[in-house]
Design a protein around this ligand. Structure first.
Ligand code: SF4
Ligand code: SF4
Length: 292
């Protein structure tokens, strides 16, 4: 069967998404169905110079990294390469939070850094013509299975339901909180946590952004075994437009109430529930799991 032709274009990037993609456990089988016409790391049929000087047929354009008008790639403005292949490709996928929202490169010296269609929460209009054929897979880095499953959905021409940032709802309508093994500690407000420990929820003191970060990290586990919150580190909200935030390991509070509450929970509801749970102390949750 004919393979899907994919171009992986790396722009203003640390290549973290490439590294994460290389951790996909079934890469060999993926490469039976997809071929890279160009990838900065994986063996491919063409060089970057070929991509720039010719017009190579391509089904999916993958963009890794943020974009700015003054960013030069292989001697020409990167924007020009993107424009050329955005027209040739049937579908475009922004790979990672930088390509989707600007990410950490918003802090760089380049001017007007953004993702392909968004600068943080706001729409940009530089690539309006290809908005309809774009799918976003945010994450710093991307979850390899989320990217690969999205690519297979595109290959099979499944109709992907997208959220307002063009992310597939299949993977981004959940929050990271959903499926976290620490939910019981969350419910009873137990955050006596040291990083790496099994016990405690990290929402109340340690800055966990899981309850308001969209992603499937606790439903589709990383390397098929774990997630950040399961391993004992707070979710840093890396799939969201405002990533990165400062003070990633502490919870900002006003009058004792976390500044950001779980998606859909009002301050009033939070205060009512907090009042009720405060009345309980569950001994089992206060103790070490494997102590005695
Ligand atoms: S550690 Fe984070 S994701 Fe897990 S239950 Fe607590 S708030 Fe939710
Ligand atoms: S747990 Fe949070 S910070 Fe970690 S990869 Fe998932 S969304 Fe990103």
């Amino acid at each position: 069967m004919k393979k899907v032709r994919v171009l992986w274009l790396s722009l203003m990037a640390c290549n973290g998404n490439t590294h994460s993609f290389l951790n996909y456990p079934h890469l060999e089988s993926f490469l039976n169905d997809f071929e890279f016409i160009y990838h900065p790391v994986i063996d491919s049929n063409y060089s970057l110079e070929d991509i720039i000087s010719k017009e190579i047929a391509c089904d999916i354009l993958l963009i890794e990294g943020a974009i700015a008008d003054d960013f030069i790639k292989a001697g020409i403005p990167a924007v020009d390469i993107v424009k050329k292949y955005a027209e040739i490709a049937q579908t475009i996928v922004t790979v990672g939070t930088c390509a989707t929202f600007g990410g950490i490169f918003r802090q760089s010296a380049y001017e007007d850094v953004s993702g392909l269609h968004f600068k943080e929460q706001n729409r940009t209009d530089k690539f309006n013509d290809v908005f309809e054929k774009t799918v976003s897979v945010s994450g710093c880095p991307i979850h390899p299975e989320v990217l690969v499953n999205t690519l297979y959905a595109i290959k099979k021409r499944l109709s992907l339901k997208l959220d307002s940032y063009l992310r597939p709802k299949e993977f981004f309508s959940y929050t990271v909180h959903n499926g976290c093994t620490r939910n019981e500690y969350f419910e009873y407000k137990v955050d006596k946590h040291n990083f790496g420990e099994l016990e405690g929820c990290m929402f109340y003191d340690h800055g966990c952004r899981g309850p308001f970060t969209h992603g499937s990290c606790n439903k589709i586990l990383w390397n098929e075994v774990n997630s950040k919150t399961r391993a004992g580190l707070p979710c840093m909200g890396c799939t969201e437009p405002d990533f990165p935030k400062q003070n990633l390991f502490s919870t900002k509070k006003n009058m004792g109430i976390p500044e950001h509450l779980p998606v859909g929970v009002s301050k009033r509801t939070y205060l009512t529930l907090a009042g009720i749970t405060k009345a309980f102390t569950i001994d089992r949750l206060e103790r070490k799991l494997f102590d005695d």
